[in-house]
Ligand binder design. Structure first.
Ligand code: EPU
Length: 489
């Protein structure tokens, strides 16, 4: 098992490109199951979860054809993936794979709709919570799927009349579901008639998925909002698509810059998907400014009600003003194109300010940036309050941050963080992907040496993280745990 050894206290400085999004790519890889034609995806990151998804798709009769028409057996590195179904007979996603990667559940909707049958091992809980899939099943049942549970597997069948469109309320106790929306949207794309999904997830990854499906011939309207309208079609074709950049990776680099008093330029940065995050960072004294002339942020990113709406609208306006200068570039008038692929500079004030933040479904502050934010606020000048509304138990990083001298009190799903002057290096244990990222950030800022154990969690979501941090000036090494023990003995 690998470990990171970090000598903290080095300021990050330089330029880094944000990779394609893991959480957009995972459900997108599964859409190849909906068609007999090749699907080609660009800017797919080289991550453990992506490799697991490719292994699963291989077992489900999908061949990789990265160059058109040529089957490819080489291990995936990074970039372009072509996928083509050659054997639609196997429809069982086994526990062996599902337990290593919960996103295996994304194959359920596509397989069911195209093959009429799917058997998928029920994903269990994980370190961030129970993670049920009842909403996925509720949505698919509403389309007519017959679903039973046998030996820990979900068995789903299409009835003789086929899947039939209907109106589905997909909200649950914690709001919308991202992968549940993906599954139902994929199945509804091939259902008869029109499906309306109410309280659909509004995440940018769902918009990207809808864009691929539409490029394949689906008729999906309203992606990015809470009501999705899907007119079913008889069949879907192939498509080529570039995955959106990873907003969570971008947010993580922003906080790495802030915590090391750094100065970073992020290229390929999905600013339009980061509105709540940059708003919170701004409040904390972190400045994210476009470095080239940039275009407008779309209105779809702004919640139209709730207490954050007017503050976010003001924040958006100030960003628009900052990025458009006085030359009259406004909403809908993009000077250099895509608001999802900007170059931005991240700097911060000498003293970070405390903030109050609640995680919410998009466009609210993302749960996947909560651990990194808690780590950053450990160094703010005052008391911050962070409440987790998506996964109320996602706080395993807190006990580890305490080992580094942080002052954090937890009550239920809220933590109160009292800023300290400095964190102290210590051995810490990563427990999930984003907690690991928070601990790495803490290590970069801490005095002395931090050893982050079990970084296989981090490898699920950040490609060559240590190499990229090192290029920016961090002192961070990947070391085999056993090697480290020998050195210490
Ligand atoms: N929920 C239910 N029933 C369901 C589905 C979800 O009650 O059937 C609950 C969950 O327990 C949670 C909330 O609804 O409280 C939201 O869960 P969601 O279904 O949206 O999560 P997900 O789709 O399984 C994706 C990301 C997660 C990210 C969440 C929330 C992927 C592969 N995973 O998971 O990413 O935290 O949305 O934004 O897209 C990560 O990248 O580190 C990660 C965990």
């Amino acid at each position: 098992m690998d470990t990171f050894v970090i000598e903290g206290g080095h300021r990050l400085y330089g330029r880094v490109r944000i990779n394609g999004s893991k959480n957009a790519a995972l459900p997108m890889l599964a859409v190849c199951l909906l068609t007999d034609q090749p699907v080609i995806l660009r800017d797919v990151p080289n991550l453990a979860d992506i490799k697991n998804m490719l292994r699963l798709l291989g077992e489900l009769g999908v061949v990789r054809t990265d160059a058109p028409g040529e089957p490819c057996d080489a291990p995936f590195t990074s970039g372009t993936i072509g996928l083509h179904v050659t054997d639609p007979s196997a429809s069982h996603a086994r526990y062996d794979i599902v337990r290593t990667m919960r996103a295996s559940i994304c194959t359920l909707g596509p397989m069911l709709a195209k093959r009429g049958f799917a058997r998928i091992s029920l994903p269990g809980g994980c370190s961030i919570g129970d993670r049920p899939v009842d909403l996925h099943l509720r949505g698919l049942r509403a389309l007519g799927a017959q679903i039973t549970l046998t030996e820990g597997d979900i068995i789903a069948k299409v009835p003789s009349g086929g899947l039939v469109g209907t109106t589905i309320f997909l909200g649950g106790a914690f709001g919308s579901t991202v992968l549940g929306t993906a599954n139902v949207m994929c199945a509804a794309a091939l259902a008869k008639g029109t499906t309306v999904i109410e309280q659909a997830a509004c995440e940018p990854e769902i918009v990207d998925l809808a864009n691929v499906l539409n490029a394949m011939g689906a008729k999906i309207h309203g992606a990015g909002g809470p009501r999705l309208i899907i007119e079913g079609v008889e069949q879907l074709g192939g498509a080529e698509h570039t995955v959106i950049p990873d907003r969570i990776e971008a947010g993580t680099f922003m906080m790495a810059a802030a915590m090391t008093n750094g100065d970073l330029i992020l290229d390929n940065c999905p600013m339009d998907a980061l509105l709540a995050s940059t708003y919170v960072l701004n409040m904390a004294g972190v400045h994210v400014q476009p470095v080239a002339a940039v275009g407008a942020l779309s209105a779809g990113s702004i919640p139209n009600n709730g207490p954050m709406a007017s503050a976010l609208a003001r924040h958006r306006q100030s960003l628009l003003t900052a990025i458009s200068g006085s030359a009259g570039v406004g909403e809908g008038m993009s000077r250099d194109g895509d608001p999802m692929r900007k170059s931005v500079r991240v700097t911060c004030e000498r003293v970070l300010k405390p903030v109050e933040v609640t995680t919410q479904p998009h466009p609210g502050y993302p749960t996947d940036l909560q651990a990194q934010l808690v780590a950053m606020l450990c160094l703010a000048d005052g008391n911050s309050v962070v409440t987790e509304r998506i996964f109320p138990d996602r706080f395993l990083h807190v006990a580890e941050l305490l080992r580094m001298g942080a002052k954090i009190a937890r009550v239920g799903s809220t933590v109160v963080i009292t800023g300290v002057k400095s964190l102290k290096g210590a051995p810490v244990m990563a427990s999930d992907l984003r907690a690991s990222a928070g601990l790495v950030l803490a290590g970069l800022a801490a005095e002395g040496t931090t050893i982050v154990n079990r970084i296989y969690h981090l490898d699920r979501g950040y490609e060559r993280f240590e190499d990229r941090l090192r290029m920016l000036g961090a002192n961070i090494q990947r070391v085999d745990e056993k090697e480290l023990a020998t050195q210490e003995a």
